[in-house]
Ligand binder design. Structure first.
Ligand SMILES: [Zn+2]
Length: 439
């Protein structure tokens, strides 16, 4: 076992997939990057053939604690994150109690600090209890020790246009951003999967693309009107990509995310009625998958975010209509992005560093993550082997829930090392135990 603050000498890593170099880490920071480094007493990590990426940052994680510990806890979710190469996650506020006060976000922050696996940055609710009626204490959460900058009612849409306008205005005071779950609730009542050929065939109520697109269109206009910053969660349709493209061309301060599953999977997977494929927003058509891939490749979509949404087995092992929406995604995200975006030639590894680390950290105003692999910066990074291709299995899942759509599916790649502030959380492909991580 490596003592937590021991010096690490990473030998011959491909920096963001480019040239090979050594990386020397001491006291939680990168102290040297280059060739011919020598440092007596350092633990040597052979990184031949491994891609070095800045530690991955997930802007959209459901950790479920407090309140839903049967699905996930901050500790188990943080372990899933580390296993997937993440060094920071933004925790969505749909816990019980809802994270809508300074007290709850500070509690979430403290739970994250106690695990040590990743940096847990709380997201605050936009409205009290995520009920969409009254603004929550956004300023108090921003001023709290949790320093909240991202606000979201995720799981629910901030549907009332006046509440949305006020939230956008309010967060300007502290450079915050409203992250919208774009779903018109009236257009999606009882919705079970994407509205289209497959929903008609199965006779299930459809979730139309326009229910997402109409909210995004409204919100970019509101953001432009009040001069504020908007982030669109889990964009999933070709039309949504077009709207974001149009808004960016106009100069609207909008960013957007896509999930790994919307980059890879399509709605015809619902034909087997396997509820692992039930998610909100739903899996869409192949044309939509193509459009979100292109949107991510050309920068219209800024980032990949997992929407890691753990559920206990009983919430999924039931008929489709009764099953919960959501998929776990932290452990598989980088491998799915490799398959959908890198192996297809749409992104290089430096782009992956941008969309899975630098940009999400920047959108969330999170310091100390997504920083360059250069001397002087915090040593949060991932060493990834893109070569192996293996069947994804439940053994790959390190959180408390197993509702992954990839179990039984071949995926490329393997996270070999995850290093959080100089301390390995995954070493040589093995997830470390809590006592080794938190010293
Ligand atoms: Zn959502």
């Amino acid at each position: 076992m490596t003592p937590p603050s021991a010096a690490l000498h990473i030998r011959g890593a491909l920096l963001e997939g480019g040239s090979a170099a050594d990386i020397l880490i001491e006291d939680g920071r990168i102290v040297e990057v280059g060739n011919g480094i020598s440092r007596a007493g350092a633990t040597v990590v052979d990184a031949d053939g491994l891609v070095a990426l800045p530690g991955l940052v997930d802007l959209h994680t459901h950790l479920r604690e407090p309140g839903f510990e049967a699905s996930e806890t901050v500790l188990t979710g943080s372990r899933a994150a580390a296993a997937g190469g993440f060094t920071a996650v933004f925790a969505m506020p749909n816990t019980s109690p809802v994270a809508d006060t300074a007290g709850v976000v500070e509690q979430e922050l403290a739970l994250g600090e106690a695990t040590g696996y990743v940096t847990v940055q709380p997201i605050g609710a936009v409205t009290v209890g995520q009920k969409g009626e009254r603004l929550a204490e956004l300023g108090a959460m921003a001023d709290s020790r949790a320093r909240v900058r991202v606000f979201s009612d995720d799981g629910f849409c901030v549907w009332d246009p006046l509440i949305m306008r006020r939230a956008l205005e309010y967060v300007k005071a502290f450079d915050g951003v409203v992250a919208q779950h774009a779903q018109d609730p009236r257009l999606t009542e009882g919705a079970q999967l994407n509205e289209g050929v497959v929903s008609a065939e199965l006779g299930l109520a459809g979730w139309p693309a326009v229910a997402e697109e109409s909210i995004i269109a409204r919100d970019v206009l509101l953001a432009e009107h009040v001069g504020s910053r908007l982030h669109v969660c889990h964009l999933s349709t070709a039309g949504s990509v077009e709207i974001i493209r149009w808004a960016k061309k106009r100069g609207v301060d909008v960013t957007a995310e896509v999930t790994p599953h919307h980059l890879l999977l399509t709605d015809d997977l619902a034909r087997g009625y396997d509820a692992r494929f039930k998610v909100n927003p739903p899996l869409r058509r192949a044309e939509d998958v193509q459009a979100v891939r292109e949107g991510l490749a050309d920068g219209t979509i800024d980032i990949v975010a997992t929407d890691h949404a753990p559920h206990p087995a009983e919430a999924k092992a039931c008929e489709w209509q009764a099953a919960a929406n959501g998929m776990v995604g932290l452990e598989s995200a980088l491998r799915v992005v490799q398959q959908a975006m890198v192996d297809t030639g749409l992104l290089g590894w430096a782009d992956v560093a941008r969309v899975m680390s630098r940009r999400p950290a920047r959108i969330g105003r999170l310091d100390g993550h997504g920083t360059p692999l250069e001397a002087g910066h915090p040593a949060s990074l991932t060493l990834y082997d893109p070569a192996p291709v293996r069947t994804f299995g439940t053994a790959d899942l390190r959180g408390r829930s197993t509702n992954s759509p990839y179990v039984g599916r071949e995926l490329p790649g393997e996270v070999r090392w995850t290093i959080h502030r100089g301390r390995p959380t995954v070493s040589d492909g093995v997830l470390r135990e809590p006592a080794e991580v938190h010293a």
